[in-house]
Write a protein of this length. Sequence first.
Length: 231
Amino acid sequence: MATQTIDLLVNAGKATGGPPLGPALGPIGVSIKDVVAAINDKTREMVGMQVPVKVHVDMSDKSFEIEIGTPPTSALIKKELGIQKGSGKPQTEMVADMPIDNIIKVARIKLDALNASDLTAAVCEIIGTCTSMGIEVEGMMPVAAIAAVKEGKFDGKISGKVALVEHSAEELKAKQAELQAEIDAKHAEEAKEAEEAKPAEEEKTAEGEAKPTDGEKKDEAKPEAKPEAKK
């Protein structure tokens, strides 16, 4: 079975029959319309990103298979939240709160690329990535969110029985601003405590400098030698 593979970079969810797809697939004789529809269906959750695509064409009957490459999980999370980077101190400073709806969306995108048995397991893996980025999930620390997933709290949305909610950029940014304010307040308090501790440290240093050493104490305690009497 002769198979030809075409590697392309397309706009997710918005592929067309024009370049680069049309010129690459036209000479092969495969249905460009069907390929475009298949690509857009598989990449609809990644709209706004450029994704690598492989089109495997069976030259005997012109049937094809689509293989979609996906960006790193962290890149998808940042795109969903509209942030440039995660937290520098992910264990103590949280920079964003990701709704479970967005977590499930990323899990669906990455499902084929993850070593996950099902979508629920994939959701837990995505939340795990949030741990190292300093991102809360539904207002919970990631470890608590994973526990909630395993307890079945979000089964309806994960199974598709309950529709996912589209959260606006304004809503996500508002939560990020709230978390940033908490970080700024924490830093201000730490700076204040450090400033208040300075006089005490300086006083201790001054006392240490003024306090005589053991050697000095011994010298002070040693009686002066009496001059020898002349014989």
